[in-house]
Design a protein around this ligand. Structure first.
Ligand SMILES: Nc1ncnc2c1ncn2[C@@H]1O[C@H](COP(=O)(O)OP(=O)(O)OP(=O)(O)O)[C@@H](O)[C@H]1O
Ligand SMILES: Nc1ccn([C@@H]2O[C@H](COP(=O)(O)O)[C@@H](O)[C@H]2O)c(=O)n1
Length: 268
């Protein structure tokens, strides 16, 4: 299990004690949903980390396009799958390791980034917005990404999913948990030094619009600001397995294998 990582949002929270008091007075559910939303959106707007048209529209993700409320809790109790979120900075090796886990342990690998890229190439209504967001290294609104993940999970007959590159922000996390009604069983965190991540991304040569030094710098900033708080949250929940991502692909996989061997009892 990993140690807590310094949370870049903590100084921000300290400057809003009156809001925290109000939140605590209103109870846990309200606190989690309303206050976290408020804090993060104000912070993200200030930092210019979320796309303008989607600002202050967090509640919108709980509605479907036709205005009816989204299903809260889409797995039946008997069919709730084993979910592993796979997190780490850009180029830390998430996708590479997920392919090996899927093969060795029978998981379905869902990459949020791949699903978003597929949306761009299928010329969907959100394609242009997704392309612009990825090019800027920013985060696509949760409603869009969760809809894609949900569609895949519902269409695949498996009870073991690796969700790679999601949740990327507290907004992603809270939205997923509210909509699906479940938390991940475990969270893998591939911990990799920045210089190694930059080297790997620049060496990837897959023609991705975001594999250039300018966008990588932005993605690293977004990772530290938005993804580390998610990792800290799940660390506090005792769900994070931190894996040192330095070493050959096979060396890293040996550490991953150990985690899945240890979790065998939990995985149906
Ligand atoms: N342990 C490793 N040592 C050296 N190179 C690696 C290692 N793991 C992955 N790579 C290479 O680094 C590049 C990035 O890996 P990968 O695509 O798996 O990262 P990722 O975390 O999924 O990245 P992103 O979040 O940007 O999609 C790939 O070219 C991959 O072959
Ligand atoms: N939950 C997510 C996941 C990804 N994105 C966007 O896609 C880019 C590429 O993602 P990879 O996982 O393939 O690195 C990422 O930089 C984001 O722009 C997202 O918005 N939300």
């Amino acid at each position: 299990m990993s140690m807590l990582i310094p949370d870049p949002l903590e100084p921000f929270l300290i400057f809003h004690p009156w809001l925290l008091n109000l939140a605590f007075a209103c109870g846990a559910r309200f606190r989690e949903f309303a206050v976290t939303t408020f804090f993060f959106e104000v912070f993200l707007i200030e930092q210019d980390l979320i796309q303008a048209p989607y600002r202050l529209n967090f509640l919108g993700i709980l509605s479907t396009e036709n205005g009816t409320p989204a299903t809260i809790g889409f797995f039946s109790k008997e069919k709730t799958p084993f979910i592993a979120f796979v997190l780490g900075g850009p180029g830390s090796g998430k996708g590479t390791q997920c392919a090996k886990i899927a093969e060795a342990f029978g998981f379905t690998h869902l990459s949020a980034g791949d699903l978003l890229r597929k949306e761009i190439s299928s010329n969907s209504e959100n394609g242009a917005m997704i392309l612009a967001t990825i090019t800027e290294g920013k985060i696509v609104p949760s409603g869009v990404t969760i809809k894609l993940i949900r569609r895949e999970m519902e269409s695949i007959e498996n009870n073991k999913f690796l969700i790679d590159g999601f949740p990327r922000s507290e907004e992603n996390r809270i939205a997923f948990e509210r909509i699906t009604g479940v938390e991940p069983n475990i969270v893998l965190f591939f911990d990799c030094p920045e210089d190694e991540m930059v080297k790997r991304v620049l060496g990837r040569k897959q023609g991705r619009v975001d594999d250039n030094i300018d966008t990588i710098k932005k993605r690293l900033k977004v990772f530290a600001a938005l993804n580390l708080p998610v990792i800290n949250h799940y660390t506090r929940r005792g769900k994070v397995y931190k894996i040192n991502a330095v070493g050959t692909i096979d060396e890293v996989f040996e550490k991953v294998r150990q985690v899945f061997d240890d979790c065998k009892q939990m995985i149906k």
